[in-house]
Design a protein around this ligand. Structure first.
Ligand SMILES: [Zn+2]
Ligand SMILES: [Zn+2]
Length: 321
């Protein structure tokens, strides 16, 4: 990555936006993709199939776990959405974002806050990197639902980090926007997903001109009382759960116990929508087995032909002009 001009990592600009000139960084808030894989990343532990063996051989085939950086160049501030097991490397991807960020002192805050969707492996265990064995963050604002707060405050090692002041919890009320700037908000939206420890949120980010939905995990679209089409109509881009491409993808495991909308189901469901609506959809949270992770695969081609996309690390989604 070119650290001097980190905005050059932008590979695609949705909404027909022009890429920024090489000599000018984004001036308005934007979202940077830090990872696109399901909770356990790629290569995944113990997987000897080609999906992961090729990723071991070729660093370009590796994928960090799903996470986003929300950056506001106007203030130099930034926020993390989901703290993954790859956070150590993802902080490097986030280096220089936004370009106006000032980081004084030997141990400046890594972020102005961290938003957590839920307590499954890929979405919060990176918080350990903020504890005393690692960065030892000081009073980092941690945003999540009341159930997430209860889980973190009642279980180790999380409650120790809370007691030591590594973070301060900011309870989010689903449906109520958290204001990060006058024209920049994050709103939690509850979605149905396995509730072993906590409930699960999607996050709706509203910027000065554009909005983005981050919905990495949901059981099935028809188990949600809100039609995804309705939510899609309210945003400019939607990063959606694309864990599996189709049924039967994981040999030896029943997919019934780990329900997600198959990409094939989402394509079929959204097929009747106008192309402009389908063009908002970007799949993320892809399992290591998902063939759509490979750009040259028939699965990836099917996604493109449906007018949708697969998320890529380094892509920037502008929230302003
Ligand atoms: Zn997940
Ligand atoms: Zn694999």
């Amino acid at each position: 990555m070119n650290r001097a001009m980190p905005w050059l990592v932008a590979l695609t600009f949705p909404f027909g936006c022009e890429a920024p000139a090489e000599d000018s960084a984004p001036a308005d808030p934007y979202v940077l993709v830090l990872g696109v894989a399901q909770d356990a990343g790629r290569p995944q532990i113990g997987c000897r199939s080609n999906c992961c063996e090729s990723a071991r051989r070729n660093p370009d085939d590796r994928r960090f776990v799903t996470s986003l950086l929300l950056a506001d160049p106007r203030s130099g501030k930034r926020w993390l959405l989901d703290a993954t097991p790859d956070l150590r490397e993802q902080v490097e991807v986030a280096e220089g974002h936004p370009v106006t960020r000032k980081a004084p002192g030997p141990r400046p805050p890594l972020f102005e806050g961290v938003f957590l969707t839920h307590a499954h492996m890929g979405h919060y265990t990176g918080l350990l990197q903020l504890g005393p064995e690692a960065y030892n963050a000081q009073h980092l604002p941690l945003y999540g639902t009341e159930r997430m707060e209860a889980y973190l405050s009642q279980n180790g090692p999380w409650n120790l980090l809370l007691a030591q002041g590594n973070w301060d919890y900011r309870t989010m009320v689903p449906g109520e926007a958290v204001s990060l700037a006058e024209d920049l908000t994050v709103t939690a939206i509850l979605v149905p997903h396995r509730r072993e420890f906590t409930d699960t949120c999607a996050f709706l980010i509203r910027g000065p001109r554009r909005s983005l939905l981050y919905l990495p995990d949901i059981d099935k679209w028809d188990r949600w009382d809100t039609p995804i089409e309705e939510v899609l109509a309210q945003v400019d881009v939607a990063l959606l759960d694309g864990a599996f491409f189709a049924d039967g993808e994981i040999p030896g495991r029943s997919i019934d116990q780990i329900p997600h909308p198959f990409i094939s189901e989402t394509l079929e469901r959204l097929a009747p929508l106008p192309r402009s609506e389908r063009a908002k959809v970007v799949f993320t949270h892809l399992n290591h087995t998902n063939p759509a992770l490979d750009e040259d695969s028939a699965a990836a081609l099917t996604v493109r032909e449906a007018g949708m996309a697969v998320a890529r690390r380094g892509t920037i989604y502008p929230l302003g002009k």
